[in-house]
Design a protein around this ligand. Structure first.
Ligand code: SUG
Length: 444
């Protein structure tokens, strides 16, 4: 049966702000306290989704989360009315309040790991929401993420949903940001490639010194087991600890792959030659690697421009498109390299640039904003059709953003009880637009 890759982008939530929450993510730290523009952020994301839809690709939308998360604040001992909880949090625990207001679920590359039905033992598409344990503001996403994924892919004949891994740092799991699937045809068995930052149960192995390694080897192995993957078609590799220390907090900041192509930086992996050999061996004939040398694009430039946080897309005509952020065009070395890619036999045929500045300032590029789900025609027909991008949905969501979103938000305003009311009103309406049912705690 014909299969293809669908992209599910996270819709930016109404509380999008810059709180400097992600140690090890250089952009997040550098933009702490800058005012944000949630309306513009949401619209920049919608423009990308609509453009991909217009190219003939299957594009979906995943709803944002309920923020401020007063339920978590209550678990942490803040009490009274919702307004009281916010007020007290601002007085007593402003950093925790900021964490409970983050719109970070927009980066759906971290929502889950997804294995297509062609790779799994029971022939279903498997989803494991990522526990995101390394960052408190992200560790509170997975329950609602799981509900949104179930509401989007609800037919258990086709879709299997797992619980997130145990929420201890030993099983730190950052989801698809550290997972790539290679294949010849989407509907045939592929090679699943998991990348981790450290070993939790083996301290003899190398690890970064300055910034945290968020994802463990043990988490990667556990997800491969849960999904019923054929271990002969799985490669698990370690990220180069030195690049984590330079701000590569997820593998998708330094490598991207699709079909038979891995596009990566020369310094992406520990023992890179071995990793490439292993991928060639498991994939068989036709695997190729386009490796970018450090003297053309430094790790620093990769982190600044997010060249590798790109989407490698198979267009309906079979050509490969690279979707990159505007920051790449603004950097002469990176842009010269992109031009070289297009002029050479790189496996990349075309490039499209998007302005995603609102997300980029928090360290989220085009690839962070999307979760890839390979679907065959039957699975595509079985999923929630209301979550699929269309001319109509694009117009509806733009109108919805105009109606509910602010065009400026600062950290000082996060405790404004009106923001909570605005956010819940917007999300309540969104669940009807996307036909999700009661996925939020305030609706249950
Ligand atoms: O987890 N930033 C996100 C960015 C995630 C990018 N995703 C991928 N590479 N796939 C993170 O670090 C910053 C929020 C703040 O500082 O306000 C933040 O959470």
């Amino acid at each position: 049966m014909k299969a293809f890759e669908a992209n599910f982008d996270g819709l930016v939530g109404p509380t999008h702000n810059y709180a400097g929450l992600s140690f090890g993510n250089v952009a997040s730290q550098n933009n702490q306290d800058a005012p944000s523009n949630p309306r513009e952020a949401a619209k920049q994301g919608l423009v990308k989704m609509k453009a991909l839809h217009d190219m003939g690709l299957v594009q979906g939308v995943l709803a944002p989360q309920e923020r401020p998360d007063v339920h978590t604040l209550r678990r942490l001992g803040l009490s009274g009315s919702d307004a009281d909880v916010l007020f007290q949090a601002r007085q007593q625990a402003p950093a925790i309040l900021a964490a409970c207001c983050s719109a970070s679920s927009m980066w759906t590359a971290n929502a889950a790991t997804v294995s297509p039905s062609a790779d799994t033992l029971d022939g279903r598409v498997h989803f494991t929401p990522a526990n995101l344990t390394n960052k408190f503001h992200r560790s509170i996403e997975h329950e609602t993420t799981g509900r949104i994924l179930q509401a989007t892919f609800s037919d258990d004949k086709h879709f299997a949903h797992h619980q997130a891994l145990p929420g201890a740092e030993h099983f730190g799991d950052e989801g698809a940001a550290n997972h790539t699937r290679f294949c010849t045809e989407y509907g045939e068995q592929g090679v699943e490639f998991f990348v981790h930052g450290r070993y939790a149960f083996d301290s003899s192995k190398p690890a970064p010194q300055k910034y945290p390694a968020r994802h463990t080897f043990e988490a990667a192995e556990a997800v491969a087991r849960l999904h019923g993957l054929n271990m002969g078609k799985v490669v698990i590799a370690q990220q180069n600890p030195d690049v984590i220390d330079q701000g590569v907090f997820h593998n998708d900041v330094i490598a991207v792959g699709n079909r038979n192509l891995l596009f990566c930086h020369q310094e992406a992996f520990l023992n890179q030659d071995e990793v490439k050999k292993e991928l060639h061996k498991r994939f068989g004939e036709g695997f190729r690697v386009t490796e970018v040398p450090s003297d053309k694009v430094s790790v620093q430039d990769a982190v600044k421009t997010y060249l590798f946080n790109s989407q490698l897309l198979a267009l309906p005509n079979g050509k490969t498109l690279l979707v990159i952020p505007e920051e790449c065009r603004g950097n002469p070395r990176v842009w010269a390299y992109v031009e070289e890619l297009l002029a050479s036999d790189s496996g990349i045929d075309a490039v499209k640039v998007f302005d995603l500045k609102q997300s980029m300032c928090n360290g989220g590029g085009p690839a962070c904003l999307r979760l890839r789900v390979v679907l065959n025609e039957a699975e595509h027909a079985a999923m929630n059709q209301h979550a699929l991008m269309s001319d109509q949905l694009f117009a509806t969501l733009n109108g919805w953003v105009d109606k509910h979103y602010r065009d400026r938000l600062t950290e000082a305003e996060l405790a404004d009880p009106q923001l909570l009311i605005e956010s819940r009103t917007a999300l309540d309406e969104l669940t009807r637009i996307l036909n999700l049912g009661a996925v939020y705690q305030f609706q249950r």
